[in-house]
Design a protein around this ligand. Structure first.
Ligand code: ADP
Ligand code: MG
Length: 465
């Protein structure tokens, strides 16, 4: 083979592997992708197997346990059929060059990660099989949204919730919930034509179809769905033509009793650049919101993830994460994944110190340490109680409030552990500190005057540190 031909071959090998990786990336979160797939290199694609190079043995086991179906499915989609995967541990690092085939995936029942439709669609349903109701933790913040989503998954197009619209800030579980609807419907009736897309995907399909003179095919495809799951409709803002196309798709599906589910990062009334006629259609159905989870729900989410990964992380480490990462489940998960990766790869102990480092990285980079005593003193002035009263055991309402706010500010503005903070407040234990911080968080959510007060206290301390 000429050098040129072999170069070309290598290039197409790389390109093929890149396409497989792209599909995987679409189906897992960014952090998992960069931890588990970005370092994997392709070695060979043969007739009935492919060989990949991984940095160490943990990769083989981890990928096999967590992502085998996803990987298999991506391979099948790109290469046209399933192939056994052989792992080579990077021998420069590991001094082992024997192929490590963790298992023969081909012999397993072919249960694809991306559930295929039975009709001949131009693309798969694009649903990620890891999003289910079983692994969605229900709390006060999302129980209504979750109940409505289940009802829709059970009887798509047959409830009054059409469209069902789920809104909430980023990282709170909208994509998980909307895809869980699709998975539930597919489990009940595998022939259901479910299609999931973000509004950006819808837009780019539409634009491509115009460029390729295939608008009729585009319309026919979207109108053939039994359930259309459209994520992040805020991206439709200011896209007049796409909105118009969506309006017609919407009407068509709705008239034919098909289910439409939408998500948005804000309430529909705040989707300012959306046409009025679309907004009024949206009001035909049910709009539900997802709020940030409370402490118990955050902890339950972390516990569930630990169970799924069969990793034992001490309770106080989980509590530390749950106390400190309050308004984005994706960040909460990301912190846990980092801890797991450290524990798995470097044999680090999953300690509070490790958790603190990771939280500091995520939540507040470069924060200079403020002194807890300074914060106590400041709160004593603002709430007009003495420093000793804040530290003592009094249950008087105004003193308790001053104490809780001081605990909250200490958490926000210092990197001290809950145990250390507790010690500065008359030797209270960390669960009392958690309770104090949660009480402040609750009032912040309910009372905007209070929220303003806390914000200005935070600013004052930040600027005067
Ligand atoms: P959004 O679409 O609202 O930005 P996602 O659905 O992508 O958020 O959620 C971010 C991550 O958090 C996902 O991995 C999701 O599985 C997880 N997650 C969010 N809420 C929950 C929950 N209540 N229970 C379990 N996992 C959750
Ligand atoms: Mg999302």
């Amino acid at each position: 083979m000429s050098e040129n031909a072999s170069l070309q071959l290598d290039h197409s090998l790389e390109a093929t592997w890149q396409s497989i990786l792209d599909l995987i990336r679409e189906n897992i979160n960014q952090r998992s992708f960069s931890t588990w797939f970005a370092p994997v290199k392709i070695k060979q694609i043969a007739e009935d197997f492919i060989e990949v190079i991984v940095p160490n043995r943990f990769f083989c086991e981890w990928i096999d346990n967590h992502y085998s179906k996803l990987l298999q499915n991506a391979i099948a989609q790109i290469l046209g059929d399933a192939k056994k995967v052989k792992f080579f541990v990077d021998d420069v690092k590991q001094k082992s060059d024997s192929p490590y085939s963790s298992s023969d995936w081909q012999s397993r029942s072919p249960e694809p990660a991306v559930i295929q439709n039975t009709i001949d669609l131009p693309f798969s349903t694009r649903i990620n099989e890891r999003y289910h109701f079983d692994n969605f933790i229900v709390g006060d913040n999302n129980n209504f949204a979750c109940a409505a989503a289940k009802a829709v998954g059970d009887a798509p197009g047959k409830t009054n919730y059409n469209p069902l619209i789920i809104y909430g800030r980023t990282g709170l579980g909208k994509t998980h919930l909307i895809q869980a609807i699709g998975n539930r419907a597919l489990i009940k009736k595998p022939s259901t034509k479910v299609y999931y897309a973000s509004s950006e995907t819808f837009t780019s399909h539409f634009i491509n179809s115009i460029q390729q003179n295939k608008v009729a095919e585009f319309s026919a495809f979207y109108r053939s769905c039994d359930i259309l799951l459209l994520d992040d409709i805020q991206f439709f803002s200011n896209k007049g033509k796409t909105q118009e196309e969506f309006f017609h798709t919407f009407n068509d599906l709705h008239q034919n009793g098909k289910q439409i589910v939408l998500t948005s990062d804000r309430p529909i009334n705040e989707l300012v650049a959306l046409e009025e006629r679309l907004i009024s259609r949206f009001k035909w159905g049910l709009v539900v919101d997802i709020q940030p989870p409370d402490f118990e729900t955050r902890l339950a989410i972390l516990r569930k993830k630990c169970d799924e990964s069969e990793l034992d992380i001490p309770a106080d480490v989980l509590e530390y994460l749950a106390v400190n990462l309050v308004d984005n489940v994706r960040e909460l998960e990301g912190a846990l994944t980092k801890i797991m990766a450290q524990v798995t790869f470097t044999a680090a102990e999953p300690t509070i110190d490790l958790a603190r480092e990771i939280v500091a990285e995520i939540a507040k980079p470069d924060k200079q340490m403020l002194n807890i005593d300074t914060i106590v003193e400041y709160c004593s002035n603002i709430f007009d109680v003495s420093k000793d009263q804040i530290r003592a055991k009094s249950r008087k309402k105004n003193i308790v409030r001053a104490r809780q706010v001081a605990m909250y500010l200490s958490k926000q503005l210092t990197k001290h552990s809950l145990v250390t903070i507790g010690l500065h407040f008359g030797g209270r234990d960390h669960s009392t500190v958690i309770h104090g911080i949660d009480a402040v968080n609750t009032q912040i959510n309910e009372d905007h005057v209070f929220k303003k007060k806390i914000d200005s206290m935070l600013k004052h301390l930040e600027y005067n540190r």
